[in-house]
Design a protein around this ligand. Sequence first.
Ligand SMILES: *[C@@H]1O[C@H](CO)[C@@H](O)[C@H](O)[C@H]1NC(C)=O
Length: 248
Amino acid sequence: MSAVNFALGALAGAAATAVAADAYPSMMPSLGFSRPKDIELKYFDIAGAAEKVRFTLLMGGVPFKDTRVSFGDWGKMKETTKFGQLPLMYLNGEEKPYAQSGAMLRFAGAITGLMPKDPVQAFKVDEAIGLDDDLRREMRPSIMLSYDQTIKPKEKARKVKEMREKLAANEIPRFLSHFEKMLENSEYLCGSSATIADAQFLTTCRWLGSGVIDHIPADITTKYPNITAFRARMEAKPEIAAYLNKPK
Ligand SMILES: *[C@@H]1O[C@H](CO)[C@@H](O)[C@H](O)[C@H]1NC(C)=O
C-alpha cells in the first residue's frame, strides 16, 4: 500500500494503527499515519492555483520540492500530463502524479494538520473555501476574455474594463465584506489558528491586491481592516515570510 492510500485509509478510520511520525518525528506525532517522505509540487512560476498548497506545506513545516515550469516548456509538456493541467503533485518519487489543486490543498491540510479532522470544524473550513472559490469564479469570465484571441483588441479591452469595473464595484466588495465579518472576532477564518482556508484566502488577497489585474485597484482589500490585519498576520509567519522574501 502506498503511503497515500495508507494515509487516506487511516483518515477514514481504517487501520489507524500508530505508525506515527517517520520522516518528521518531532512534528505532530499524533497524526496516526505516515506522511509521504518526498513531495514535489510542479507548477508555473506564478502564484496561481499552487500557492495555497505551497502556503499550507510551508506553514505545516513539511518540506517539498517547489518545481517551476516555464510557459515555454508547458506547450510540449501539456499533452503528457494527466488532465492537461498544472499543478501536479508527485509523492515519494512515484512516476504518476496527482492533479487538482483543491485536492492537493486538502491533502496538504491532512498531512500538516491544517485541515481539522473534526467534521464540523472541517465543514467550516470547506465553507470558507467555497466562498473564496465563488469569489474567484466571479473573476473568471473577464480573465478568460482577456486571453481570447478571437476578439478585436479594442473591443476586448472595452469589455474587460466594463466587466472588471463592475466586479470592483459590486461582487468583490460583497465577498470581501463577508470575509471581513468572519475575521472580525477571530484571527483566522475558522478560529484562532490557521487552516487551509486561510492559505487559500491569503492567496486571493495577494492576487486581488497585486495590481496586476487590470482595472482592479491594488488597494481593493486594504479598505477592510480585519482582512488587512489577517494578511499581515499570515505574511509574518516565519515560513511564509521566508518564502515571500526569497530573492527570485
Ligand atoms: C477587526 O477590526 C476592528 C476595527 O479595526 C478591530 O477593532 C478588531 O480588533 C479587529 N479584529 C481582529 C480579530 O483583529
